[in-house]
Design a protein around this ligand. Structure first.
Ligand code: ATP
Ligand code: LTN
Length: 333
């Protein structure tokens, strides 16, 4: 707790452009929660380098993600908004937490296994250690809640395990965080292969809709989305994964419930439905894109946000780090 508000922490990696999956599962939810919680949002560039990055692109994507956060409605005056590598305490706590985490636990992580398969030529220690750095992020800020997509659930569980393990061995040090997942859209799937999550780094860009996609591209991608052969707009993720995925997306972007969306398309074909989804998404993205472009033209403002963010984040993080150092017996001057 900070004052009378609970602490909320989340982050995204500055890799590629964000997809509407990232928006629905994470960023939109953050915006909705920022009044109720004391919020800290990071740009996780230290996580990003666990997969090889082009330095110029990483730099560019960092500012672009910051501008996108703000364009989506995250208010830097209300929240702490910062770049992970600007706060050394993340790397420092991650090192300590490494000694409270077992190799077997990391080898079992689904994301590690997926990413190892995808980047078989670069299975580096950072890729394996990714969840420990994520635990350090969260625990440094004594976060009560962490809103993420369901793909991060396992990482949240290990964060809780590490926190409880440390608290039991020493004395209560870390708040044990809860994961928070949206009801509709915590896992948006690929438009062409609805058995896979929509990913920023998918091989086929036509399966992912990016926040930066223009109107024609968005509508074209939805037109080509995989459905099924029963021509019935009904939410049934087991038997109708493609249609259900489109319904989740439409529900979030139109602000209607899934049932209302089903009723709207009763007796109508998939062609009408897919066009409506594409239009609803494109309508919402246009103002975000315009605001992001406006912000990106003002580098001094964005740098100022990062500078202020780094200062307040470091102040909070160092408080926790120094507690940890004391408890584990690091001699202090
Ligand atoms: P990649 O796909 O390249 O591995 P990512 O999109 O999973 O990257 P992040 O940028 O770190 O990785 O994700 C930011 C947030 O978006 C996280 O909270 C994550 O859970 C959420 N998220 C990612 N993909 C989806 C999705 N398809 N549906 C819902 N939420 C998602
Ligand atoms: N691994 C996360 C991004 C991330 C994160 C965090 C999310 C890094 N540190 C701390 C929540 C809390 C992902 O979404 N891929």
């Amino acid at each position: 707790m900070q004052g009378d508000k609970k602490i909320l922490y989340s982050a995204a990696q500055p890799t590629n452009n964000l997809t509407i999956g990232n928006y629905i599962g994470a960023v939109k939810n953050w915006v909705d929660l920022q009044e109720e919680y004391d919020c800290v949002f990071a740009i996780a560039n230290m996580h990003a380098i666990t997969v090889r990055q082009n330095p110029a692109e990483l730099r560019k994507n960092t500012l672009s993600l910051l501008a996108l956060y703000i364009a989506c409605g995250i208010d830097p005056k209300k929240c702490v908004l910062y770049l992970q590598s600007h706060v050394p305490a993340h790397a420092e706590l991650a090192w300590v937490l490494n000694t409270f985490t077992y190799v077997g636990e990391m080898e079992r992580m689904t994301q590690f296994k997926d990413k190892s398969a995808k980047h078989a030529d670069n299975i580096n220690m950072g890729l394996m250690d990714y969840p420990v750095l994520m635990a350090a992020d969260i625990l440094l800020y004594q976060a009560d809640v962490v809103p993420v997509g369901v793909d991060q659930r396992q990482h949240l569980e290990i964060t809780r395990d590490i926190a409880i393990r440390f608290n039991n061995l020493y004395s209560p040090t870390f708040t044990v965080p809860e994961g928070v997942y949206v009801k509709v859209g915590a896992k948006i799937n690929d438009l062409l292969d609805p058995s896979k999550k929509m990913s920023k780094s998918a091989e086929n860009v036509n399966g992912s809709v990016f926040i930066s996609d223009d109107r024609d591209t968005v509508i074209r991608k939805f037109k080509r989305a995989v459905t099924d052969s029963d021509a019935c707009v009904k939410y049934d993720p087991q038997n109708k994964p493609g249609v259900s995925n489109l319904l989740s997306i439409y529900s979030v972007f139109s602000g209607k419930t899934v049932e209302e969306c089903e009723r709207e398309f009763e007796g109508k074909g998939y062609g009408d439905f897919k066009l409506a989804v594409g239009e609803a998404v494109a309508d919402k993205l246009a103002p975000i894109q315009a605001e992001q472009a406006r912000l990106l033209a003002d580098k001094a403002y964005l740098d100022g946000v990062l500078k202020d963010g780094a200062e307040s984040a470091a102040r909070r993080a160092n408080r926790t780090l120094s507690k940890v150092y004391k408890k584990i017996g690091f001699y202090q001057l």
